[in-house]
Design a protein around this ligand. Structure first.
Ligand SMILES: NC(=O)c1ccc[n+]([C@@H]2O[C@H](COP(=O)([O-])OP(=O)(O)OC[C@H]3O[C@@H](n4cnc5c(N)ncnc54)[C@H](OP(=O)(O)O)[C@@H]3O)[C@@H](O)[C@H]2O)c1
Length: 280
C-alpha cells in the first residue's frame, strides 16, 4: 500500500476506509473486518460517528497486528480541556488501543481562540506520544493562519471535502507549500459523480481504463497525492474501491477531471456551519 510521508516522518497509507454513517454494530464491524482481510490498512472514524467500538472490535478480531493499521479518529474540539481529555480516553478504550495514528479537530470553531486552545491540547497529546500525528479537518486557509499564531506544531493533515465537483486545487497548492497533506472526504459527491458533466467526463476515462467511475475518482485523488478514504458497507464495493489503487491516470486525465470543478460544495460549508458556533 502506497504511503504519504507526513511532515513529522510518519508514513500514512494513502488509501483507506471511511466509516461515516456506518452503523455501530454488525455493519461497521463486518465492513471493517472484511476491508482488513482485503488489505486495507487505514481506517477513518470519529467520535461523532459513534462506531469506534465496532471499529475496535473488528481490528482486534482481524488478527492484523495493531502497528500495521493506521487509525484516524476525530474530536469536535469545542469543549473544555477536561472534557476533551475524557473523550480522548474514551476513544482509546473503544478502539482498544493505547495510541491513535492521527487525531483531527473535526470542525473549526468560528472563534479562533477556541481552535487555538483545542490545538494546544492536541499538541500535548502529540508530545506525550498518545497520537503519532495531529491534524485538522474542514479548515480553510484563514483557519490555519489563525492557528499558526499560537501553534508550536504545524498540523500534519487537513481533511476536507474534495471530489470532482470541488477539486480544491488552490487549497491543495497552499497545503503543499505548508507540507500539510490533503485528505479528501465525500469523494463520490453523494452520488453526483453518476450525473451530468461528471458522469460524462469521468465515464469516458473509465471506459479507457476498463474501470468504474468510482474507481477513476479514487485514482484521480491518488494521482494528485491526496489521501482517499471512500466509505462503503457493500463487500463488492470494498473490493472495487481497493482495486482502484492499481489504476494510473496520466497528467492529462488528471487535468481533465480537475476541469470538472464547479465549486460544488455538497457537504456543509465550514464558514457557515452550526458546529462552528458550538461549545460545551
Ligand atoms: N471530516 C469530515 O467532516 C468528514 C465528513 C464526511 C465524511 N468524512 C470521512 O470521509 C469518508 C468518505 O466520505 P463519505 O462517507 O461522506 O462519502 P463517500 O465515500 O463519497 O460515499 C459513500 C457512499 O458511496 C457509496 N459507494 C461507495 N463505494 C461505491 C462504489 N464503488 N460504487 C457506488 N457507490 C459506492 C456508499 O454506499 P454503500 O455504503 O451503501 O455501499 C455510500 O453511500 C467518510 O466515511 C468519513 O470517514 C469526513
Amino acid at each position: 500500500m502506497k504511503t504519504i510521508q507526513l511532515h513529522n516522518g510518519v508514513e500514512m497509507p494513502q488509501f483507506g476506509l471511511g466509516t461515516f454513517r456506518m452503523a455501530d454494530g454488525e455493519s461497521a464491524y463486518e465492513s471493517v473486518k472484511y476491508a482488513l482481510s482485503l488489505g486495507y490498512r487505514h481506517i477513518d472514524t470519529a467520535q461523532m460517528y459513534k462506531n469506534e467500538e465496532s471499529v475496535g472490535d473488528a481490528i482486534r478480531d482481524s488478527k492484523v497486528p495493531r502497528e500495521e493499521i493506521f487509525i484516524t479518529t476525530k474530536q469536535g474540539g469545542h469543549s473544555t480541556v477536561e472534557n476533551m481529555e475524557k473523550l480522548f480516553d474514551e476513544s482509546l478504550k473503544k478502539l482498544q488501543t493505547d495510541y491513535v495514528d492521527l487525531f483531527l479537530i473535526h470542525w473549526p470553531n468560528h472563534d479562533k481562540t477556541i481552535n487555538q486552545q483545542t490545538w494546544k491540547f492536541f499538541e500535548s497529546l502529540y508530545e506525550q506520544k498518545k497520537v503519532r500525528a495531529i491534524g485538522v479537518s474542514n479548515f480553510q486557509k484563514h483557519h490555519l493562519l489563525d492557528l499558526y499564531e499560537t501553534a508550536r506544531v504545524k498540523p500534519m493533515v487537513n481533511q476536507v471535502e474534495c471530489h470532482p465537483g470541488l477539486s480544491q486545487v488552490p487549497l491543495k497548492k497552499y497545503l503543499d507549500e505548508q507540507k500539510i497533506a490533503l485528505e479528501s472526504y465525500g469523494p463520490f459527491m453523494k452520488g453526483g459523480i453518476f450525473e451530468g458533466i461528471w458522469e460524462e467526463g469521468l465515464g469516458k476515462i473509465a471506459k479507457k481504463h476498463h474501470a468504474t467511475i468510482p474507481q477513476i475518482v479514487i485514482a484521480w485523488g491518488l494521482a494528485r497525492g491526496i489521501i482517499m478514504i471512500p466509505k462503503t458497507v457493500t463487500p463488492a464495493r470494498l473490493e472495487e474501491n481497493f482495486k482502484a489503487t492499481r489504476i494510473n491516470l496520466s497528467e492529462k486525465e488528471v487535468e481533465e477531471i480537475n476541469s470538472l470543478n464547479r465549486g460544488n460544495r455538497i457537504y456543509t460549508d465550514p464558514d457557515n456551519s452550526p458546529w462552528g458556533a458550538y461549545f460545551e
